[in-house]
Design a protein around this ligand. Sequence first.
Ligand code: 5AD
Ligand code: SF4
Length: 567
Amino acid sequence: MTGPRVHLETFGCQMNELDSELVAGALGALGYRFVRDAGEADVILYNTCSVRERAEQKVWSRLGMLKETKAQRPDLVVGVLGCMAERDGATLMDRHPVVDVMCGPAELDKLPALIDNAVRTRRSMLDTDPAHAAGRSARSVALQGSASRRSSTLGAIGDSLEMLDLSRAISPIDANARKSAYVRITRGCNKFCTYCVVPHTRGAEVHRPPDHIVDECKRLADAGVIEVTLLGQTVNHYRFEHGSAVTIDGVVQPQKGRTYKGSHHRDAFAGAQTTTFADLLARIHDEVPAIERLRFVTSYPRDFGDDVLEVIRDHPRLCRYLHVPAQSGSDRMLKLMNRGYTVGEYYEFLDRARAILDQPEIGRPLMISGDVIVGFCTETDEDFELTKQMLIRSRSKNQFIFKYSPRPGTHAYDKIADDVPESVKRARNNELLALQSTISDEIAREQIGSTFGVLVEGLSRAEKKKRGIDVKPGTGMVDITIGGRSSAFGGSQGAPSVSGGPTTTALQPVAHAQGSSVQLSGRTDTDLIVHFEVPTAGGRAPDDWIGCIVPVRITEATGLSLFGETV
Ligand code: 5AD
Ligand code: SF4
């Protein structure tokens, strides 16, 4: 007998994409199969995002549409996972009786059992009492709730959620299909920026043990992955304490740990050692040489020590790309946002990073990207002017620009009036996009003549359009505005993604290639998107380029796009 069919759709950030992949792997191990078409599914899962309202609205509308489907298909199981489930809790189920299972991001290890249980219960209800099964509910909920913020040390070892990452299904699939993967190093966030739901939905910061992370990277590399992106909400805040004794259920758990090449830091208490973020980067770099590109997102400006920057400088496979959101150029706004730094300190960080890492003479320029929120509570024209200056001074390759969206449960929602009119938010958003696109354009033109290794992802957007292939928004180097997130100059954060299965970060194979040449696109290690033409006749087939790192010399920068030729 074949297992139930699952349709899994993911909204929001890379962390959500990784969560979906892990959930899919766990369900796959239980015999579930994945389908792209929701109409064919026995189980529909939405992995949701609460960071901005637009992402939530999409899920509300999906759930609304399921009402009718569920009336016709009472055996259908609908699950809402992720931040929206955690934040909305029972309200979501009241508003949408179609939802059978809810599971917060800090409880995802329980999800496979919840789904399995819901599927079985539905089926047995239908077997025993089909006439009334549709109206009856067999609902399962796994939410962290506000009471349980866990400590980072206990969480790292005793947390059963760690099992979800540890049990990651990694198999040597089609070598072309999987060259790039995410690896979580830290869960949750302790920063409590006043506008942000993440600390409320994902819980306290928990750092994963370095041995687990290195092992995961090794297993991915063995399966053919050559590019790993380490994930954490404040990824450069990573720090793992070794040798400390913690108590789980009253039992003292001594911890064995390793530190890298004697660069460990002795802590105040006896026997304790620490693996810092710099140690972790160096360990992965040296212990997993098959990973040709190692990068990380998202960095917190205040947490960058010189040690991390020097490790990047001294390890060639560490990418010279930093995603470091400033959020605003006004100290008053930064204070109101509880960001914990001034714009002067942000500039100090940028200058330091560039002094240590920028080596344009050897073709390794540092690329910076960031996030900005416009129209945060009480933002004046003067504050906004300062943000414009910040963009000019930062000279980042791209900025993700968001209009402030008040999120229930956050400090700002409860305590600070959302008093900037929508029309002003929109105007500021557009103004920043235009400003950033001139900066991005300039940076793009500076790349002409340089040669970069480009990890080929597939057909370029233009090529897909030409061939009538569905273009997923946010994957090309064009202006995008999706889910409230606007970006000039492409970038790795992309758009809300839709996935039909566990290959959320898979590279796309070239389909229907025809004609004498085909335009492919890929990324440099600094996250610049590059397009280049390859011949279709003779030599290498277009598919064979995918997943390879190809040297490409940049010949043209048109608008926001880089074009080049293989060398
Ligand atoms: N409104 C608008 N943007 C937000 N972000 C986080 N919370 C909000 C909000 N309430 C943005 C920040 C963050 C990015 C992931 O999302 O810029 O860096
Ligand atoms: Fe949210 Fe601030 Fe934590 Fe980033 S650092 S996840 S913006 S609270």
